[in-house]
Write a protein of this length. Structure first.
Length: 130
């Protein structure tokens, strides 16, 4: 990389001299440079506690962020469907049916010929239809 200024007369003179008489390195130049480079102390990489902390903390922080994001997508409580509200007439019908059915469950074998069974069924039928 040439860092000389071509407008400067001294730089031009130096460039002309170097072009006319190129410099030749000595025979042992390469060996001396390699030997000097081998004698230089090797600089160890400094590992700071912040660097070690960031090496583990950043992936853990990313995992926590992803977990919180996914946790918001998962429904925590199942949505319960509310039963429709019963009107007073519906509840009255249910009570009447229940009373009639309990009366039917208490029948004995000899009561099948009785007219009470027919009266109960008629009452239930008329109450349901009205």
């Amino acid at each position: 990389m040439k860092t000389t200024d071509s407008r400067d007369p001294l730089d031009r003179t130096i460039d002309d001299l170097l072009a006319s008489r190129p410099l030749q390195p000595s025979d042992d130049f390469v060996a001396r440079v390699l030997a000097a480079a081998d004698q230089l102390p090797v600089e160890k990489q400094r590992t700071s506690s912040v660097g070690q902390l960031l090496r583990f903390a950043l992936p853990i922080a990313a995992l926590i962020a992803v977990a919180f994001t996914l946790a918001q997508l998962i429904p925590t409580k199942p949505t319960a469907v509310a039963a429709p509200a019963l009107s007073a007439a519906d509840m009255q019908e249910i009570f009447l049916l229940e009373e009639g059915l309990t009366g039917l469950s208490q029948l004995q074998h000899e009561q099948f010929s009785s007219t009470n069974l027919l009266n109960t069924l008629d009452a239930l039928t008329f109450d349901i239809e009205s």
